[in-house]
Design a protein around this ligand. Structure first.
Ligand code: DSN
Length: 425
């Protein structure tokens, strides 16, 4: 047991004495994570160092403002931590400016929208039903409420981005801003092509790399930074940090606007404990081992994808270039829905999320697809052979239509697989 594990043991003991109800639920959740296969593409397992920074003394402090310009006293160490987080983020993504204060990816997007657009401006984006994100223009979201959203879509045949068609729509609709970067797009994004389109119509380009940030940092996906005017991301998916947001840019004027729109534009006091955890995670991602990890994420996603195709499933766009894949369940079983698959798999200890496929005939709470990602299993040390075993378990549960005894047997096999690949601490 290392020092951090000992610390976590001590904290749990303390919590058990003071609040056994919460302590029990935390221990249950830790057990769930240890003994299930996490295939949700937007989740990961952070290191104990990130976890402890997130649960540290910094939670006690107000630090509204920025390093050297705070509205509260006592920020000496907070200034140093935020500077460290910003410097590491800049080094990691090779850019000139980072704002590490957004509480989430959606908050980062609020600040980026406010920095780059006026209310009512026109924004061109991919809708959520085709793999976009709700903060890119969904009607009930701030983005769909305060901006004039126009859409591009995937090519209906290939399910790929069609840059000629996006260019045509941009010329026709003349947006002020174009958004690229997605929640369920399994292929490489050509940021340069998006920038060409943006320049042609006089729009600014925003790249939301929430899903692929870790792959970008590790150099296994091209970076948007030479091309996009502003880049937003979460820190907790492929980047394997605490839950939070981040804004990056190389443009000094954009940087000043983003700072103002994060604070005081859209947030109050920053979550300094989370900023400390971001600094730790960025430090981990700067280590050469993070490149090896990220390359393995992509190799594992490919292995899982091809094993599923071998078992009769169809992958949207035919495969994956990144950490995730979108599985069309219909060719395997026309009656199988994403909602059924998610529920049955959970009972067998395999955690996924139902996800609409492009032009899905079923509603979003039912769907015909599953989105699967390889980041969390790769953190546990899974390799390509282990991913083939995972495909077999997935197929056994879905092929049995959630048969209880099959799910029970698979649950035990999942426990055994998890013991073979314990969570690193
Ligand atoms: N809901 C997240 C995802 O799962 O992709 C994005 O915010």
């Amino acid at each position: 047991m290392n020092n951090l594990d000992r610390m976590s043991q001590n904290l749990l003991q303390l919590l058990e004495q003071q609040d056994p109800d919460v302590a029990r639920l935390l221990a249950d959740e830790a057990g769930r994570q240890e003994t299930t296969l996490e295939l949700i593409a937007s989740e990961n397992h952070v290191s104990s160092a990130v976890m402890h920074a997130a649960g540290s003394w910094l939670t006690n402090k107000y630090a509204e403002g920025y390093p050297g310009k705070r509205y509260y006293g006592g920020c000496e160490f907070h200034d140093q931590i935020e500077d460290l987080a910003r410097d590491r983020a800049k080094e990691l993504f090779g850019c000139g400016f980072a704002n590490v204060q957004p509480h989430s990816g959606a908050n980062a997007n609020v600040a980026a929208f406010m920095a780059m657009c006026k209310p009512g401006d026109r924004i061109l984006s991919l809708p959520i039903k085709s793999g976009g994100h709700l903060s890119h223009g969904l009607k009930p979201n701030f983005s769909g409420t305060f901006y004039d959203i126009v859409e591009y879509d995937l090519d209906p045949e290939t399910e790929l981005l069609d840059y000629d068609e996006i260019g045509r729509i941009a010329r026709e609709t003349k947006p002020n801003m174009i958004i690229c970067g997605f929640s369920a797009y399994p292929r490489t994004i050509d940021f340069e092509a998006f920038r060409r389109i943006a320049d042609e119509v006089g729009a600014v380009l925003m790249a939301d790399i929430a899903h692929i940030a870790g792959l970008v940092a590790a150099g296994v996906h091209p970076s948007p930074l030479p091309h996009a005017h502003v880049v937003t991301t979460t820190t907790h998916k492929t980047l394997r940090g605490p839950r939070g947001g981040l804004v990056l840019t190389n443009d000094e004027e954009v940087a000043k606007l983003v700072d103002r729109k994060v604070f005081p534009g859209s947030q109050g006091g920053p979550l300094m404990h989370i900023i400390a955890a971001k600094a730790v995670a960025f430090g981990e991602a700067l280590d050469p081992s993070f490149k090896t990890y990220s390359a393995q994420v992509v190799a594992n996603a490919r292995a899982l994808a091809s094993a599923l195709v071998g078992r009769g499933y169809r992958l949207c766009s035919g495969g994956t270039d990144n950490h995730l894949m979108l599985v069309d369940l219909q060719p395997r079983d026309a009656a199988l829905t994403g909602a059924d698959a998610e529920r049955w798999l959970e009972s067998a200890g395999i955690i996924t999320n139902k996800n609409g496929i492009p032009n899905d005939p079923r509603p979003p709470m039912v769907t015909s697809g599953l989105r699967l990602g390889a980041s969390a299993l790769t953190t546990r040390g899974f390799d390509e052979d282990a991913m083939v075993e995972v495909a077999e378990l997935l197929d056994r549960v879905m092929g049995s239509q959630g048969d209880e005894s099959t799910c029970r047997t698979v649950r035990e096999e999942v426990r055994a697989l998890c013991s073979r690949y314990p969570l690193p601490h």
